[in-house]
Design a protein around this ligand. Structure first.
Ligand code: SF4
Length: 315
């Protein structure tokens, strides 16, 4: 049986896209359009949530319903998500367990499945899992200098919604390989930069980003059914305690042999407060930068990246 209409499901942060596909929905991560956006919202704290909130309220983003991650990785989304809901968009509020409780997450996934009209295509779980395996291969190729960090980032960050179309996405994974000198290997931690050309800017200054913290979470978790998805996504580091996230980061940074860390922070984001803890616990030279509105990477940040590269080259 085929549905005449596939529902477009907006999501404000990471929600297992495999479940949305399995429920015959088309996931759409509302954050993916922000870096290229020219909208400057009037009433804002974090520009990410303020821009999608304004676009949703004005119906400039066309979706059938919305999933707001209200407990987990972003606190601003809770209020801006409610504003979008008050404008009349059918909305579901999703909560990750802070303590990693699998049963709690499983119950959340069942509630989400009911909101979405229940599972219709269980095979989609496996299809997404296979694509995520390819995503991890792409990440590995970037780590070995076969793919540029900007190409790898573009793909990895798209794994939050797989472009809402598994066939189209599979084709997009076909990337030409090259040979990139990995001179100054850095990790990019924190939320992704709001600047659409950040990876190109870093690369042009000879800083090779070999780890993107949040996009790696998008390809790291999967499962063949709700129970397996709960077991895996309960380790989504951004929704857990800082200790849990830092322990994961320490292992990952060591494995990737990074020489330095760039911590991107977003103006008015609560994650800014984590900077001093990350600095104390991660034993690497660290550059903290902060962005606000979307656009190109500002000259001032490029200068700071350049100075950071010099520090790495001297050490
Ligand atoms: S930058 Fe911070 S406040 Fe803004 S959407 Fe991301 S997690 Fe939320």
């Amino acid at each position: 049986m085929h549905r005449a209409h596939v529902s477009k499901i907006g999501m404000t942060a990471l929600v297992p896209p495999e479940l949305i596909f399995a429920c015959a929905g088309e996931p759409f991560d509302v954050n993916n359009i922000i870096p290229a956006s020219k909208n400057y919202p009037k009433n804002k704290l974090c520009a990410w949530t303020a821009i999608w909130r304004e676009m949703l309220v004005k119906r400039e983003i066309k979706i059938d319903s919305l999933i707001v991650v209200a407990g987990g990785d972003c606190h601003n989304a809770l209020v801006d998500g409610q504003k979008a809901a008050m404008s009349g968009i059918p909305t579901h509020f999703f909560f990750y367990p802070f303590d990693g409780d699998v049963q709690y997450l499983e119950s959340q996934l069942h509630k989400l499945s009911s909101f979405l009209g229940n599972i219709e295509y269980p095979e989609k779980f496996r299809d997404v899992k296979a694509l995520k395996k390819l995503g991890r291969k792409i990440d590995n190729k970037r780590l070995n200098g076969k793919i540029s960090s900007s190409e790898a980032f573009r793909i990895l960050v798209s794994f939050s919604d797989l472009m809402g179309d598994l066939d189209r996405f599979r084709n997009a994974l076909d990337i030409k390989e090259g040979n990139i000198a990995l001179n100054n290997r850095v990790a990019l931690i924190g939320v992704p930069p709001i600047y659409h050309d950040f990876h190109e800017a870093a690369q042009s200054l000879d800083l090779q980003i070999v780890f993107d913290e949040l996009p790696y979470e998008f390809v790291r978790h999967s499962g063949d059914d709700i129970n397996e998805v709960a077991l895996d996504y309960c380790n989504y580091t951004f929704a857990r305690s800082l200790d849990f996230r830092i322990e994961f980061l320490q292992k990952e940074l060591e494995k990737r042999k990074v020489e330095g860390v760039i911590h991107y922070t977003q103006f008015a984001c609560h994650h800014v407060l984590e900077d001093e803890i990350l600095r104390a616990k991660l034993d690497y030279p660290m550059l903290t930068i902060q962005g606000d509105l979307p656009g190109k990477t500002p000259q001032q940040i490029k200068l700071r990246l350049e100075a950071f590269r010099e520090v790495l080259e001297r050490s």
